[in-house]
Design a protein around this ligand. Structure first.
Ligand SMILES: *[C@@H]1O[C@H](CO)[C@@H](O)[C@H](O)[C@H]1NC(C)=O
Ligand SMILES: *[C@@H]1O[C@H](CO)[C@@H](O)[C@H](O)[C@H]1NC(C)=O
Ligand SMILES: *[C@@H]1O[C@H](CO)[C@@H](O)[C@H](O)[C@H]1NC(C)=O
Ligand SMILES: *[C@@H]1O[C@H](CO)[C@@H](O)[C@H](O)[C@H]1NC(C)=O
Length: 715
């Protein structure tokens, strides 16, 4: 008998005895039945039903903190901010790590990676942020901006971004936000369309403006966030544009602090707070116009939905783009709770992140966050890296891990905890993110069942999936803290109504049994005014009815008995195959993405064929493993992608994975092509938020698609 078998037996025996001894104590102390009773509750109910549509609304909730905020008569982002400053004043709010040094590390293959040596977090209090924001806002006034002007922010997430946003809210300037990984043409489009005269950017991104500014005649001032280590080259820009460091603007404002002409004129609820450009999967980015009312309504609504008993020990780790509505709202939310925000980046998040010098600590290790917002892409990576690390320790450890994993999974479903296993094993996973996480909020794209269960189980904290779009200010629904399900996005948030309407073409009706299904339409104060200068597109997607503003999402949903929403499809992502079966491309992709060999995948289907095909960007590490299996380790990655045996091997893995996760036979791809290119936003194949752009992908790989449909003889 192998030693790992013996260990597994010993472990099983210990756990059995432990269960036996502790069962009565558990029942008394943890009252698991209370958690189970919560799970049987109804969270939202239909308030209006017909053959055509059904409208759901959540049961009303209450919270003391919320009442406190309402008593302060908040109704704009500016008032909400002032309320939080008066409440939390001297507490720490924004933290940034010192960069001690930056090094270039030469890799064996000659490539150069940038590595940081990072110090500790340095904090600014609520009051400190308020003062700096006040100065910066007045500085912008001094630089020529006036009430209700727009200013474009094009920078990665960091504390100055947040400060600049508060400054603009105070002064009633509207922010125009653009993703930093948009192409130059898209940036020009946003700047041209909004006719801004002032741009706020950063040291790293400033060079891009040398060419952008040639095509954006309205711009006269560019303000940049400085680098901690390097000085900025401000030469080579058009002569009529002034390039100014962030802190110079703050100093300008400081000198004018008591000048009566510079006092802010606060915004009213209908004023535009943000024009947020979203990178659509087709065409140029659209600017979504969000008012203060929209933003504040989301804050109110989410505040009632997330019930964390936040204290000043709580810390939020911020690394998603602030130009994404999810991150902006999470950070704004943390201010309401009095939680501090530590800034990070996807490249320095954990000890093993790509820009952390080996032996140094990643941001999460230092910060020990308790709350995190993530997109599925990041959680998928965590899932894959843990399973790979487990697999590397050999099959024996793998079995022990599986046993512990299943044991813990069963326990948490019953509402129990597993202190021994946590101390022995799961503590190691938790320490990946500093060991204190008590809440993860996931949004932006659907989170697969495997990843959701895995992260919840291994990180030992709730992973709440939410649903919402920029057009609805991120807010539509969010899972309850107690909810253990996957592939669900929770009941409607407070004050938001979610309607399903028949979509005949897709065969979804609200009269469907056992549960109503249909296109999701969201209504409430969180629904945006529309798209900036696009009246036709606005009229197509938005409408008013019964005194509410509604947005047609194009997603297809189903309501469970307890009022939980489930996203089951997307109108655009549906293809009908030869024999009439509908394949939801997004659903199949979400499932196959959890297959270890898959880094990214795009499913393609033609209605004249009986099966779909897959374009796969393979995981480079797993490809090496597969190559070894076929005795082809001397081939380069490019050659492997073209190799027949390797392609066949990948297809087998996809098929097995699909079967294991209960995909229908016609959903499993019948052929696969391996793509050598990485799908990054710069390639034009995915959006800035890493969503697939189907049309460009199809055009780029047309030959592969033809070949797959030509040669593969089905399954
Ligand atoms: C609501 O019902 C669905 C389907 O039965 C279930 O998966 C989910 O866990 C339930 N949600 C809650 C919060 O109980
Ligand atoms: C922006 O406007 C300038 C001048 O009006 C024009 O030359 C440029 O092509 C425009 N760029 C985009 C992307 O629309
Ligand atoms: C805001 O706009 C709504 C709808 O257009 C209008 O009913 C309301 O009176 C406006 N509120 C203010 C304070 O102007
Ligand atoms: C790889 O090894 C095989 C067998 O040893 C050999 O036939 C082939 O030419 C090698 N390919 C390359 C690219 O070196």
């Amino acid at each position: 008998m192998a030693s790992s078998d013996i260990m597994l037996m010993v472990l099983q025996t210990i756990m059995m005895i432990w269960d036996f001894i502790t069962y009565p104590i558990y029942q008394m102390l943890q009252k698991p039945w209370e958690k189970v009773r919560m799970i049987e509750k109804t969270f939202a109910k239909p308030v209006k039903t017909s053959d055509q549509e059904i409208v759901y609304e959540a049961a009303e909730k209450q919270r003391a903190l919320f009442d406190d905020m309402l008593r302060a008569k908040c109704d704009t982002m500016d008032k909400a901010w002032r309320w939080s400053v008066s409440k939390y004043g001297s507490r720490s709010l924004l933290g940034t790590r010192d960069i001690l040094a930056e090094e270039d590390e030469v890799q064996p293959n000659g490539k150069i990676f940038k590595k940081f040596i990072l110090g500790d977090y340095r904090w600014i209090s609520y009051e400190g942020v308020d003062t700096t924001a006040d100065h910066f806002g007045k500085g912008l006034r001094d630089l020529g901006m006036t009430f209700q002007d727009k200013v474009c922010v094009f920078a990665d997430t960091r504390n100055e971004w947040f400060i600049a946003a508060q400054a603009c809210f105070k002064q009633s300037f509207a922010l125009v936000t653009l993703y930093t990984n948009l192409g130059e043409e898209a940036v020009e489009h946003g700047v041209n369309q909004t006719q801004v005269s002032h741009i706020i950017t950063s040291h790293d991104l400033l060079p891009k403006f040398r060419s952008i500014l040639k095509n954006t005649p309205t711009v006269t001032k560019v303000i940049y966030f400085e680098d901690q280590v390097k000085s900025t080259d401000t030469t080579g820009f058009p002569d009529n544009v002034e390039i100014i460091p962030f802190w110079d603007v703050v100093s300008r404002g400081k000198k004018l602090v008591d000048d009566p002409k510079m006092q802010p004129s606060p915004p009213s609820p209908n004023d535009t707070a943000i024009v947020m450009y979203t990178s659509g999967s087709t065409g140029v980015p659209k600017g979504v116009v969000l008012s203060h009312k929209n933003m504040f309504s989301t804050l109110k609504s989410v505040m009632l939905s997330i019930d964390i008993q936040a204290t000043k020990e709580d810390t939020f780790i911020a690394f998603l783009p602030l130009a994404h509505v999810l991150e902006l709202l999470c950070e704004s939310m943390m201010c309401m709770f009095g939680v501090k925000i530590g800034y990070s980046t996807p490249n320095t998040l954990i000890d093993k992140s790509s820009m952390v010098k080996r032996g140094s600590m990643g941001d999460a290790t230092i910060l020990q966050p308790t709350i995190m917002a993530a997109v599925p892409l990041i959680l998928d990576r965590v899932y894959k890296s843990i399973t790979e690390a487990v697999a590397k320790k050999g099959p024996g450890f793998d079995r022990i891990f599986k046993y512990c994993y299943d044991y813990r999974m069963k326990a948490i479903l019953k509402g129990e905890s597993t202190p021994i296993l946590d101390a022995l094993l799961f503590r190691n996973f938790r320490s990946l993110f500093g060991g204190r996480l008590k809440l993860i909020v996931a949004g932006g794209a659907p989170l697969s069942k495997e990843t959701h269960d895995f992260i919840r189980n291994c990180m030992g904290c709730p992973v709440l999936q939410g649903y919402g779009l920029t057009e609805t200010t991120a807010c539509a629904s969010l899972m309850e803290m107690c909810e253990m399900s996957t592939e669900a996005v929770g009941p409607p948030n407070q004050g938001v109504q979610i309607k399903l309407i028949n979509w005949e073409e897709g065969n979804y009706r609200v009269t469907d049994q056992p549960r109503p299904r249909g296109e999701i339409v969201i209504g409430g104060n969180t629904v945006a005014d529309g798209y900036y200068l696009m009246p036709e597109k606005t009229a197509e997607d938005f409408y008013e009815s019964n005194g509410r503003r509604w947005f047609k999402t194009g997603d297809v949903g189903q309501f469970e008995r307890n009022g939980t929403l489930r996203i089951i499809d997307r109108k655009k992502d549906l293809v009908k195959l030869q024999f009439g079966e509908y394949v939801s491309l997004g659903k199949v992709e979400a499932c196959l993405k959890t297959c270890p060999i898959v880094d990214n995948v795009c499913i393609y289907g033609e209605s004249s064929k009986s099966y779909t095909v897959a374009l796969v960007v393979p995981d480079q590490g797993q490809m090496k493993v597969l190559a070894k299996k076929f005795g082809k380790d001397n081939l380069s990655h490019e050659e492997l992608c073209e190799d027949h045996d390797i392609t066949g091997g990948v297809l087998r893995e996809l098929v097995n994975h699909g079967k294991k996760h209960k995909l229908e036979k016609f959903e499993i791809p019948g052929a696969v092509s391996l793509c050598k290119e990485l799908w990054a936003p710069e390639s034009g194949l995915v959006t800035a938020a890493f969503k697939l752009k189907r049309k460009p992908i199809q055009e780029f790989y047309q030959r592969d698609l033809d070949r797959m449909y030509g040669s593969a003889g089905g399954k």
